[in-house]
Unconditional design. Structure first.
Length: 659
């Protein structure tokens, strides 16, 4: 029979729990509403399609920790913390259902297994927290910018687990639980209280239980105001990720009279998904540590860019509507201009991000504003834009000379000889750059040897517009697309081969925005297919050590890693992967229009990548991109290694093996 004190305790403890829960969920709800209201400042993003595909992907990634486990120590840490919290949350819910609703769930063997699982989950969570403390405060991981809130979260979680174990141990010590062995941690801790008076055990148990409950509810209320918000925003951000290839930029609608500003010049110009990104970012440093601009001392940190936007969004959210004009300018005050132009759009930041933050669209959006609205961009781009507009290529060479590289070769021109099964899209580099003309010549030899029915556009081909779009000149990009589309439609082109990953990505992923739905294939895939079908026979056993530079717009942005390596293996070279390959590949420094810009700040990216390649002691450096070929060859020359190491496109190796 309960004493008066026990009755009072039961009533007051229930009252405290009720108060804690009301306060916690009120704080949580208000905080999440505030963040949600800030996301709504953004423009529509159109991410409500393919619900089942999005749901499956999100569940697989969250439960399996695919991207997170790419780094073993932080991956294991997060896995322990995540599954520990999930298990304890489910277990606590089961206990609450039985205690408050009278559901008889914890009975028989299930109860024993339940106790063991809960103890194991708590121990795993505690180990994960200790790893986090070690990384942040003892190891002092360079990429982790510790903030006071991070320590508060770790302290709260640790406090919840430790008090939970002591609640359990005090219960076992007080009741003499015969099944205590099924709660191994609590059972061991119960030994501390051996010989303690029963009334002290009971009172201490109640006090620790209240502290445990207060910390638990405190954590719930603190979630929207801390890094822990990512337990909400990370799944949302993963669900609403773009389903398009990462190399695809959004279409800018110049026909919409309602648009007063092109590109992103203010916070409200971002989409709501862009703003959600800022709250999903967990500052894990993966984007920054894999960024070629940051690694070469450029003023760009993808992590800092996202966090600066988050701070800016939070500040805007605190302002009353009629005072919003007083905030700082987005570009210049919040985001440094040089940071925008340092980006190579290589996609490494987006590939590494475990919560699918989209960095590149934000950078390109701000570049668009600088180019289209402010006319503020690096001065050397004036001539590049002018050359593309008037000559159809960045070099400004006469359009009539575009097919001169093919003089003396067996090449059909569509205008003269009619359309063929395949259009060979040569690209500006293959048409005008002396080094890359040799690649185009090799491709012609391969196609003719295999009996492929192909033709080129010759002087009717113009720049695909890749650099113009990524440099922010969307108007110029769309002008080039419309001219090329008119030509391609007039000849009924259906299938396209190209050796340039930038042309490949643009024709395959971005021309469909204008109705250009072509079957586009990169030359490495096409050549590998010809070899597999037996249409060309190559000499194996060529020998020698070779390393391969993965082009960003072929690999990361379009997932083509296998076919280039198949070609290398078939030719009989010994492939030695350099530091960072495939998904981890380091950019050559030319993407995002950077090939046309001066590298005034920091170190040269192509030199850094050349050093990676030379570190494998290769006889040849192979690639499958005109930009990579140019940048790597320049790097080898600057290292005075051009007489020892050959830089070559895979097509050149194949034509040598045929002959």
């Amino acid at each position: 029979m309960n004493t008066g004190r026990e009755i009072f305790w039961n009533i007051s403890s229930r009252g405290m729990i009720y108060l804690f829960s009301v306060m916690a969920f009120a704080a949580f709800g208000y905080g999440m509403y505030r963040r949600y209201s800030m996301w709504r400042l953004g423009q529509p993003a159109g991410r409500n399609d393919h619900a089942w595909t999005r749901t499956k992907f999100t569940l697989n990634l969250i439960l399996g920790h695919g991207r997170i486990l790419r780094r073993s120590q932080p991956g294991l840490m997060h896995l322990l913390i995540f599954w520990g919290m999930v298990t304890l949350f489910v277990g606590t819910t089961i206990v609450a259902l039985q205690a408050n609703l009278g559901m008889r769930l914890l009975q028989g063997r299930f109860y024993l297994y339940f106790k063991l699982v809960m103890d194991t989950a708590g121990l795993g969570l505690l180990v994960g927290l200790l790893i986090s403390v070690y990384r942040r405060y003892l190891q002092k991981d360079e990429g982790l910018d510790n903030q006071p809130g991070d320590g508060a979260v770790l302290a709260l979680l640790t406090g919840i687990i430790v008090t939970g174990f002591f609640v359990e141990s005090l219960r076992i010590a007080s009741t003499g639980d015969p099944w205590g062995a099924w709660s191994p941690v609590g059972n061991i801790l119960a030994g501390i209280f051996h010989g303690t008076a029963q009334n002290k055990l009971n009172s201490t148990h109640k006090i620790v239980w209240v502290v445990h409950a207060a910390l638990s509810f405190g954590l719930i209320g603190y979630v929207p105001y801390s890094k822990m918000i990512h337990i909400i925003t990370a799944p949302l951000n993963t669900y609403f990720r773009s389903l398009k290839p990462t190399g695809t930029m959004a279409l800018l609608d110049f026909e919409n009279d309602g648009i007063k500003r092109f590109g992103v010049g203010a916070l409200e110009d971002f989409t709501w998904k862009d703003l959600l990104d800022t709250d999903a970012c967990v500052r894990c440093d993966r984007c920054q540590s894999n960024c070629p601009a940051y690694a070469t001392a450029k003023p760009l940190s993808p992590k800092k860019l996202i966090q600066d936007l988050r701070v800016h969004m939070t500040e805007r959210g605190r302002l009353i509507p009629d005072s919003r004009n007083s905030v700082n300018n987005l570009i210049g005050d919040i985001i440094e201009e040089d940071a925008l132009w340092a980006c190579t759009t290589c996609g490494s930041c987006m590939e590494q991000c475990p919560v699918f933050v989209e960095h590149i669209p934000k950078i390109v959006g701000m570049r668009r504003n600088q180019v289209l609205m402010e006319s503020r961009f690096p001065p050397e781009l004036n001539s590049v834009f002018r050359n593309m507009e008037y000559s159809g290529n960045p070099w400004g060479l006469g359009q009539t000379k575009r097919a001169d590289w093919a003089n003396g070769l067996e090449v059909k021109v569509v205008a003269k000889d009619g359309a063929a099964e395949y259009l060979y899209w040569v690209g500006c580099a293959g048409s005008f750059d002396d080094r890359n003309m040799r690649v185009a010549t090799a491709m012609v030899g391969i196609l003719n040897h295999a009996g492929v029915d192909f033709a080129i556009l010759g002087s009717e081909e113009k720049c695909c517009g890749d650099s113009a779009r990524r440099l922010g000149n969307e108007y110029l990009f769309q002008s080039l697309v419309q001219e090329n589309m008119k030509t391609l439609r007039s000849y009924g082109i259906k299938k396209v081969i190209t050796q340039c990953p930038h042309c490949f990505n643009t024709l395959k992923n971005e021309y469909p925005q204008f109705g250009g739905n072509f079957e586009v294939v990169h030359h490495t895939e096409f050549i590998a297919g010809l070899i597999e079908m037996g249409k060309i026979k190559v000499k194996g056993g060529m020998g020698g050590t070779i390393t391969y530079q993965d082009p960003c717009y072929l690999g990361r942005h379009n997932g083509i890693y296998r076919s280039p390596r198949e070609i290398i293996n078939i030719l009989g070279f010994r492939l030695v992967e350099m530091r960072g390959s495939s998904q981890e590949s380091f950019c050559c420094g030319a993407g995002g229009g950077r090939i046309w810009m001066e590298e005034r700040l920091g170190d040269r990216i192509n030199i850094r990548r050349t050093e990676d390649a030379l570190g494998t002691s290769p006889e040849s450096i192979a690639t499958a991109c005109p930009y990579c070929l140019t940048m790597m060859e320049d790097g080898v020359k600057l290292k005075d290694m051009d007489d020892q190491v050959r830089t070559v496109d895979l097509a050149e190796l194949v034509i040598e093996a045929i002959r």
